[in-house]
Design a protein around this ligand. Structure first.
Ligand code: CA
Length: 201
């Protein structure tokens, strides 16, 4: 009986952890998307159900540099990548976003999506992991505290041709070396957590 009870508790814990795991970040995508980036914001504001959801092990969605089979994910789609950023070290940080087609990166001052502000963007498109095509891809310097949870969210849309999305960061003193944010600094959110764009900012 005790064994059964423990198994039952373990099942509950497992079910509850699907959308709240460290080492990963959530992605939602809409296929047959139209309306560029404003269309993505409308999807979110109107709670349009995504075509699908998955999780990523770093803040990057297409990895054709590592796999010839994944050169492009698709055409006419939109996506948002969202979760918590949990730095291991306090300090001054800089963020970058690279994407094809356009994108925005939002970062909160705490774990609430409502306090997120846009810190970087791509208005047209960039090659994958190309951090310096436009000055607006790079954020201002932002102070982060070790162990604190910060809500982070990127939105992006793809029309046609190549597609990619990645977010990098670096300590201020190390700004010549942007690194894609690894899963160890990321965590998924609980199901039902609102988007930073829920109020169509
Ligand atoms: Ca494209």
């Amino acid at each position: 009986m005790r064994k059964m009870f423990l198994a039952y508790i373990a099942t509950i814990a497992l079910a509850g952890s699907v959308w709240s795991e460290t080492g990963k970040i959530c992605r939602e995508y809409w296929i047959e998307h139209s309306g560029r980036l404003n269309g993505v914001k409308r999807n979110i504001a109107k709670a349009k159900a995504p075509t699908g959801r998955d999780t990523l092990v770093s803040f990057e969605t297409v990895c054709w540099k590592n796999s010839k089979k994944k050169k492009n994910w698709g055409n006419k789609y939109a996506q948002r990548v969202f979760g918590f950023l949990i730095p291991e070290e306090s300090g001054e940080y800089i963020f970058w976003i690279a994407s094809d087609d356009s994108s925005e990166l939002m970062l909160s001052s705490d774990d609430s999506p409502a306090n997120a502000k846009r810190i970087a963007r791509v208005d047209s498109w960039t090659p994958q992991r190309k951090w310096n095509k436009y000055p607006v891809q790079k954020s201002q310097t932002i102070r982060l505290e070790a162990g604190k949870k910060y809500y982070i969210e990127a939105i992006m849309y793809e029309g046609s041709g190549g597609d990619n999305l990645a977010v990098a960061w670096a300590k201020n003193a190390d700004e010549a070396k942007p690194e894609i944010i690894k899963g160890q600094f990321l965590s998924t959110v609980s199901e039902g957590t609102p988007s930073a764009y829920a109020k169509n900012k």
